[in-house]
Design a protein around this ligand. Structure first.
Ligand SMILES: *[C@@H]1O[C@H](CO)[C@@H](O)[C@H](O)[C@H]1NC(C)=O
Length: 321
């Protein structure tokens, strides 16, 4: 009996603790929040608890943006799929996802999607510390931030980072037509990948990269400017330049070797002229040999056939006597 009492007391303590000391949900009706036109603004100046923004509180098609200010500790759940602005958040923990969930929330028929445009969502933060960037964000704006990882897996439309400190920057996809990245007065510890394609823009101004990884900056097109910036350590082939990119460099400090991309290799293809040449060299003698062999075989067969042609066998059966 005594054991059961202890279990009941323990369970009661755990549940009670979760309710009273737990997490504050961002929601339309919450006391810290108010609607301003279509934007939900929440201020957590006097709140010590962890704040959580999840689909539960903000799944409302009338909200076009959520603005959260002065939280100590913030949790951003996956699939929030909303334009999100953070102001003076001490530490934000962002759940990492691929951004797929946002598209699943839309009613899409083929490529045509109804309702909110989840393909173009903004994440912006000022005076904030954060670990990751939400996977659904395609427009990112950071000012006076500390970020552990800007590992971005989707296609970025715009990336603007100013006065910030970033541990790792890694864009899985090259900046494509119409997209841009601008880093101003920012320190990046490791630049893993930041590639440009045709029609894109990249600008690094008064910024420092401590370590530029191998093939970290690959310019396969677009317009690139490096102004009053520095790269401290460059790995082998850290910066590569293709003929379709324009590259301006001004007030650069440090030593950098520019690896010039072979035009024929830019599209990811092998040097095709070479392949045809070797095919020709190998195929012509091979075809000659095969043809000669075929003629020879045919001749031998004809001869054999003619040798057997005149022969005949006759069998005589005798009736037994
Ligand atoms: C996000 O914000 C942009 C403009 O800032 C707006 O056009 C778009 O509809 C918003 N998206 C959602 C899903 O609210």
């Amino acid at each position: 009996m005594k054991v059961w009492h202890v279990v009941v007391v323990v369970v009661w303590c755990v549940c009670g603790g979760a309710v009273t000391g737990g997490v504050k949900e961002v929601a339309i009706g919450a006391s810290e929040c108010q609607m301003k036109n279509t934007e939900l603004h929440c201020d957590y100046t006097d709140v010590e608890q962890t704040v959580r923004v999840s689909t539960v509180g903000v799944n409302d098609p009338t909200i076009t943006r959520v603005v959260l200010s002065n939280a100590r500790q913030l949790e951003v759940s996956v699939a929030v799929c909303i334009n999100l602005t953070l102001q003076a958040v001490t530490q934000a923990q962002v759940a990492v996802d691929e951004g797929q969930e946002c598209r699943e929330r839309q009613s899409c028929v083929g490529d045509q999607c109804e309702g909110n445009n989840y393909d173009s969502l903004e994440f912006s933060a000022t005076n904030t510390g954060l670990d990751h960037i939400p996977g659904w964000a395609t427009k990112i704006h950071l000012d006076h931030c500390r970020a552990t990882s800007l590992a971005l897996k989707n296609h970025i439309q715009s990336l603007y980072v100013a006065n910030s400190d970033i541990k790792v920057l890694d864009l899985a996809n090259p900046l494509d037509e119409g997209s841009s990245a601008k880093l101003v007065s920012t320190n990046i510890h490791t630049l893993q990948r930041l590639h440009t394609g045709p029609g894109s823009r990249l600008e690094l101004r008064q910024s420092t990269i401590d370590v530029l990884a191998s093939q970290g900056l690959v310019f396969n097109g677009g317009h690139v400017e490096l102004v009053s910036s520095a790269v401290v350590t460059v790995m082998d082939k850290g910066l590569a330049l293709g003929s379709r990119a324009t590259f301006h460099i001004r007030g650069f400090s440090g030593h950098i070797q520019i690896h010039v991309l072979d035009n024929n290799n830019e599209g990811g293809c092998k040097n095709s002229d070479d392949i045809y040449f070797w095919l020709f060299i190998v195929l012509v003698p091979l075809m000659t040999i095969i043809l000669a062999a075929l003629i020879l075989v045919e001749c031998v067969r004809k001869r054999r056939r003619s040798r057997y042609l005149g022969q005949s066998h006759s069998y005589v059966f005798h009736k037994p006597t």
